[in-house]
Ligand binder design. Structure first.
Ligand code: F6R
Ligand code: MG
Ligand code: MG
Length: 374
C-alpha cells in the first residue's frame, strides 16, 4: 500500500497574498529532500498556487500519520522562518497553534490523503485551489464522477456503469453521509448545491472503502471561530481504468463556476483553471484559481509533475472566467458579488451595527384596508 498525502498552507505571501517567494519553495524542497534521503518518505513534490505551498508526499505510513504530519509541521515552520526573515506578508498565517500535537488537522493547514494499492499504472491529479474554500470542488467532482455529459465513461465503460458513491460532510454539524449515484443523485445534489455547508469529502467505487477521490475539508474560519485566512482547498483524483479518464477529470473545469473566496474571503467569483506560471492571485487578490499537478505513481515514486492546465484547450475557460469576473466586479460591495453577511469571513458589520444601534427604532406596524381609513 502507498499513501499520497497533500498538506497545504499559507506561511507567508510574496507580495501581499499573491504568491510564494522562491526562497520558501527552496527551503521546503531542501527539508523534504532530507526526509527522503533518510527513507522516511518515498518521494515528494513541492507545489504552489497563489500564496500557498503544497507538500505532495508519497510514503508507507498510512493516512493521519503522526510522523508525516509532523514533517509537514516542521517544513512549514522552516518556510515561516524564511517569510519572517524577508518580512513577507502574513508569515505563518495558517499555523494557528504554537505546538504540534500528533496531527496537523485542526492546526490550520489543509490536508487531503489517500492510501491505496498501486495499480499497474497509477495516473493521479492533485488539484490545488487558492482564494476559495473546500466547497469549490463540489460541482467539478460531481461532473467528473456523476455527469455523463462530462464523463461519457459513465455510459460507455462497463467498469464505470455502476456509478460511484459520494461521501459528504456537513461542516456545521460535523456529520458525514454517503449517497450512491446515479440512483440517489437528486438527494446528493440537494446537499452539495450548498457548498458553504456541505462538501464532498470522498468518492468511492460502489460499496468501496478505498477512495478514488478525496478533498481537504478543513474550514479555517470554523476551526478558529474567527477569520484567520482562507481555507484554500486540495483535491486528489485517481484516473483511468474504470475511473474517469484524465481528460474527463480535467473537462470538469472547462465551464467555470462561481465559488466563495476572492478578495478578503468575502466575495463570489469564478474558479479559473491555470498553468503553473499563471498561479499568481493578483487581480482583486484573485480571481480564485486552480492548478492541476499530474503524476504517474511508480513504486511509490512521483513521476511528474505535468502541468495539466498548460493547454490552449483551457484558454476558452480562462476567458469565460474573466468575463464572469468582470460581471461580478461591477457589483462592487453588493450581493451576490459580496457574500451574504453570514458567509463573510470577516466583516465590519458587527462594529457598524453597534455604532448605529440606537438609530434603529421600531417600524410602525403595517396597517391594511378598513383599519387605515379610521
Ligand atoms: C483572501 C486573502 C486576501 C486578504 C486581503 C486583505 O483570502 O487572503 O484577499 O484577505 O488581501 O488582507 P489583510 O487583512 O491581511 O490586509
Ligand atoms: Mg495569504
Ligand atoms: Mg492562499
Amino acid at each position: 500500500m502507498i499513501t499520497l498525502s497533500v498538506i497545504k498552507a499559507d506561511t507567508g505571501g510574496f507580495v501581499g497574498h499573491s504568491a510564494v517567494h522562491p526562497e520558501m519553495m527552496r527551503t521546503a524542497e531542501a527539508e523534504l529532500q532530507k526526509r527522503k534521503d533518510k527513507g522516511i518518505i518515498e518521494d515528494f513534490c513541492v507545489g504552489r498556487v497563489g500564496d500557498d505551498i503544497a507538500l505532495i508526499m508519497t510514503h508507507r505510513h498510512g493516512v493521519d500519520s503522526e510522523l508525516v504530519h509532523g514533517i509537514a509541521w516542521e517544513v512549514f515552520q522552516a518556510t515561516t522562518a524564511v517569510a519572517k526573515e524577508l518580512k513577507l506578508y502574513g508569515a505563518g498565517q495558517d499555523l494557528l497553534k504554537d505546538a504540534f500535537a500528533g496531527t496537523i488537522k485542526g492546526l490550520g493547514p489543509g490536508v487531503a490523503e489517500m492510501e491505496f494499492e498501486e495499480r499497474p499504472s497509477e495516473p493521479v491529479i492533485v488539484f490545488l485551489g487558492d482564494k476559495t474554500s473546500p466547497g469549490a470542488w463540489n460541482l467539478p467532482v460531481y461532473r467528473m464522477f456523476a455527469d455523463p455529459f462530462n464523463t461519457p465513461g459513465l455510459v460507455i465503460d462497463p467498469k464505470m456503469h455502476g456509478g460511484f458513491d459520494f461521501e459528504i460532510l456537513d461542516l456545521r454539524e460535523n456529520k458525514v453521509a454517503r449517497f450512491h449515484t446515479p440512483s440517489e443523485s437528486y438527494d446528493l445534489l440537494t446537499f452539495i448545491g450548498s457548498p458553504s455547508r456541505f462538501v464532498i469529502r470522498n468518492v468511492y467505487q460502489p460499496g468501496g472503502t478505498e477512495p478514488v477521490a478525496t478533498t481537504s475539508t478543513q474550514r479555517l474560519s470554523l476551526i478558529a471561530g474567527k477569520y484567520v485566512g482562507k481555507d484554500d482547498p486540495v483535491l486528489i483524483v485517481r484516473c483511468q481504468s474504470g475511473l474517469p479518464a484524465v481528460g474527463e477529470v480535467l473537462e470538469a473545469f472547462t465551464q467555470p463556476h462561481f465559488v466563495e473566496g476572492w478578495m478578503r474571503g468575502s466575495h463570489c467569483g469564478p474558479l479559473m483553471p491555470v498553468g503553473f506560471d499563471q498561479a499568481n492571485t493578483s487581480r482583486f487578490d484573485g480571481p480564485p484559481r486552480v492548478v492541476a499537478y499530474g503524476f504517474q505513481i511508480s513504486q511509490g515514486k512521483l513521476v511528474g509533475p505535468r502541468d495539466m492546465f498548460d493547454d490552449p484547450g483551457f484558454d476558452k475557460a480562462r476567458q469565460t472566467a474573466l468575463e464572469m469576473a468582470e460581471m461580478m466586479r461591477r457589483m462592487g460591495p453588493f450581493e451576490p458579488h459580496r457574500l451574504p453577511l453570514e458567509e463573510m469571513e470577516y466583516t465590519a458589520m458587527p462594529e457598524v451595527m453597534r455604532r448605529v444601534a440606537d438609530r434603529f427604532k421600531s417600524a410602525a406596524p403595517v396597517v391594511h384596508g378598513a383599519a387605515r381609513s379610521r
